[in-house]
Design a protein around this ligand. Structure first.
Ligand code: GLV
Ligand code: MN
Ligand code: MN
Length: 361
């Protein structure tokens, strides 16, 4: 394959057979190869390796296509080190300018541009990148639905909206033994209250509303000191933009109330905000029908996780193929999908790619 690296470190491998028309837009597949710090082996990597396997089969079988075929992996899909998530694919489609992206500072205080230079992945291919004919992404479900219903393939119709906020709570450190309870300005206590509020709010709203506090850092973080500062993240998700806005508003109102009640200062910073996304209906139907024709059980479903395909859907028809996750586990080293399940997903991907790339018969 002809491999190029762009200025934000996205990597695209292009396959052109003998009769391929290079002037046509490529049919693209791919995903990401970064993981969360506590991640497994399948999230992202599956979609990239399956794309390479598709190319291998096309070569072995001497399949010749009119359109080029591209396999890509995008920088920083997870966003837990450099926010927002799906940063590389967002830059690829022109949704975030390169300089802003390169200036992103990580949770460990590093600049993305410098980190890319350090690993030699500050490439020269232009951003935004070539607009594909279509984009298809194979991914593990990362949830329990396919496994519990005994279904082989998910045809992903839509992706939840995502709202990430970092809250910084400033109180006052003081002695844990001598400071009367009524005189405390305890940032740690407020962080705990916000945490339980996020859970209660999500339960109360019901539907697809999800709320997570995944990170809390306390200062000075000592057994006998009232916390002077807490920095925490809130991840809110919903398939409905209106409901997501409602959750954000209710969180903001709660923070105002508790700040005045506990005499602390709360400041907020948005880390990521993406509206819910609907994939291309025709392509979703094709995923469904292709899976059925290959003899796999299939269902249309929603993605609870964010994916690069949702960014690509801004510029071209996009859709996703899901395969089951054992015990619904993901963002966990125990993440697992069997070789048979992986092969089913890769087969569906192969057929869709060859069709879209217009095989010469
Ligand atoms: C990306 O993995 C996400 O948080 O959805
Ligand atoms: Mn992923
Ligand atoms: Mn992930």
């Amino acid at each position: 394959m002809e491999v190029s690296i762009d200025a934000i470190g996205n990597v695209v491998g292009l396959w052109c057979g003998g009769k391929t028309d290079r002037s046509l837009p490529p049919v693209m597949t791919g995903s990401h190869i970064d993981t969360v710090k506590s991640g497994g082996r399948f999230d992202g990597n599956l979609g990239v390796l399956a794309g390479l396997e598709v190319i291998k089969v096309i070569k072995e079988q001497n399949i010749s296509t009119k359109h080029p075929i591209a396999v890509s992996f995008f920088t920083g899909e997870e966003g837990s080190r450099f926010a927002p998530d799906m940063l590389g694919s967002l830059v690829y489609v022109g949704g975030l300018d390169l300089e802003t992206a390169l200036s992103t500072i990580s949770v460990d205080g590093k600049r993305l541009g410098s980190e890319l230079e350090a690993i030699g992945y500050n490439g020269t291919a232009p951003c935004p990148g070539t607009t594909p004919k279509i984009f298809l992404e194979l991914h593990i479900e990362q949830g329990p639905i396919l496994e519990s219903e005994g279904i082989d393939i998910g045809a992903v119709e839509n992706v939840q909206g995502i709202s990430w906020t970092e809250l910084t709570i400033k109180g006052q450190s003081n002695h844990a033994g001598t400071t009367p309870m009524r005189m405390r300005r305890d940032a740690g206590y407020v962080a705990a209250k916000i945490s339980t509020f996020v859970r209660d709010l999500s339960n109360e709203m019901g539907g697809t509303q999800a709320g997570t506090v995944g990170k809390i850092d306390l200062v000075p973080n000592l057994v006998n000191v009232v916390s002077s500062k807490a920095t925490m993240t809130v991840d809110l998700r919903n398939t409905s933009e209106l409901m997501l806005q409602e959750a954000e508003n209710r969180l903001a109102i709660f923070c105002e109330g508790i700040a005045s009640q506990e005499d602390v200062e709360i400041t907020r910073k948005s880390l990521a905000r993406f509206e819910p996304v609907e994939f291309n209906h025709q392509l979703v139907d094709q995923v469904f029908v292709t899976a059925q024709n290959l003899g796999y059980s299939t269902k249309r479903m929603t993605s609870g996780a964010g994916h690069d395909a949702q960014m690509l859907s801004r510029v071209c028809p996009a859709a996703m193929i899901f395969v089951p996750s054992k015990d619904g586990l993901s963002h966990n080293p125990a993440e697992f999908t069997s070789i048979e399940e992986v092969a089913a997903g890769a087969n569906v991907l192969l057929h869709l790619i060859v069709d879209a790339a217009e095989e010469y018969r």
